[in-house]
Design a protein around this ligand. Structure first.
Ligand SMILES: C[S@@+](CC[C@H](N)C(=O)[O-])C[C@H]1O[C@@H](n2cnc3c(N)ncnc32)[C@H](O)[C@@H]1O
Length: 346
């Protein structure tokens, strides 16, 4: 077989050259020999720093990593293959699937295939309903593996104990949580409204130089998990959380914050009247909403207008899309800055 033969010290350069020229045979593994290496070639070209040789040996074929389709070969029809879940959410050792009604009869073999394919997954569940109610929880049904709905999830340097039904949690916001943490400046005091099992407070505390991060959560189960998570991460000196309704608790916290995070996309905006008096001059608010693309600008104007009516001047610094709620609806974060406080004329 045709190969580029070169010294190990020039191997990287030769490999890149072959790759650029589409001359590297990617189905085979390169072969080392003392301080030289042979790169299998798909076509004959001149290669700087390498000798082109016709090897007497054959190269070892690369093993292709298994795909879900390989494991389900012969078990699903052609039509059923097209209905397989396109994406799966993984929380700790649990995989969450969205199984279409047409595939329900095959859900067990599909789930078992995912268990075989993904080594660190111990349980596969399917969504039974969308998040709803004040606690934003949902039901899931175990379809294969260990019978548990509780797991430990790792993200951004923290551990989170989560129960998939008793509490809200999504692993899909990991990047967004880190984005917010990176915006936090030294010695800031941050409030996370609607703090759940405390992913935002803990990611911020771990990845910034915040002085203190506070959280408020109404769901008693989520609050208990949050307390456990603070201890699990040994962040008791940086994170303080309260159980209750923000409407009752926030007025009692006689404090102002440098930054307030509002991760309650469906109704968060309605809480601006509570939050604005608690924000320091030049402070920031991160307000989440679910919006269709064409409605983002109108929402931005409405938020600023709401602030104005309440007697505050807000500036929208950035609008970040950080996920998708449905094919046409996005999770959007408005990064707002308090410009100045105006006295409200009565
Ligand atoms: C969308 S979840 C976000 C949870 C968490 N921040 C996260 O990212 O995983 C919203 C949370 O707000 C809580 N919540 C809803 N209304 C509330 C209120 N009035 N006061 C305090 N918490 C509230 C719910 O129980 C739920 O845990």
């Amino acid at each position: 077989m045709l190969a580029a033969f070169t010294l190990l010290k020039t191997a990287q350069k030769v490999k890149e050259f072959l790759f650029q020229k589409k001359a590297l045979h990617t189905e085979y593994l390169p072969q080392k020999q003392l301080d030289h290496i042979y790169f299998p070639m798909a076509k004959k070209i001149r290669v700087p720093s390498a000798q082109i040789v016709d090897t007497k040996f054959s190269f070892e074929k690369k093993l292709r990593s298994l795909r879900i389709e390989d494991l389900l070969e012969g078990k699903l029809t052609k039509k059923e293959f097209t209905l397989l879940p396109r994406s799966q959410e993984i929380i700790g050792s649990i995989m969450i699937l969205e199984i279409l009604p047409e595939l329900e009869k095959k859900e067990k073999i599909i789930a078992e295939a995912y268990l075989t394919l993904t080594k660190h997954i111990q349980t596969v569940v399917k969504k039974k309903e969308v998040h709803s109610g004040v606690f934003r929880t949902r039901r899931v049904q175990i379809i294969a593996g260990k019978r548990t709905k509780e797991t430990i999830h790792y993200e951004n340097g923290i551990k989170l104990k989560v129960h998939l039904e008793k509490t809200y949690f999504t692993s899909r916001l990991a990047n967004e949580r880190l984005r917010i943490a990176k915006l936090v400046q030294k010695d800031e005091e941050v409030l996370v409204m609607f703090s759940g099992v405390a992913p935002y407070p803990l990611v911020i505390a771990k990845n910034s130089e915040a002085k203190k991060v506070y959280g408020i959560e109404i769901n008693p189960f989520a609050h208990q998990y949050a307390l456990e998570n603070i201890a699990l991460n040994k962040l008791e000196d940086k994170v303080v959380i309260y159980e209750g309704d923000v409407r009752n608790l926030l007025p009692k916290l006689r404090k102002k914050f440098d930054r307030i995070v509002m991760p309650l996309p469906k109704t968060g905006e309605e809480f601006l009247y509570l939050v604005l008096p608690r924000l320091k001059h030049n402070g920031f608010i991160h307000l989440y909403a679910f919006l269709e693309e064409g409605k983002i600008e109108a929402e931005r104007k409405q938020i600023l207008e709401r602030g104005r009516v309440l007697g505050y001047s807000l500036e929208c610094r950035t609008i970040v899309t950080c996920g998708q709620f449905s094919p046409s609806t996005f999770r959007v974060c408005f990064d707002l800055k308090m410009r100045e406080k105006r006295k409200k004329k009565i």
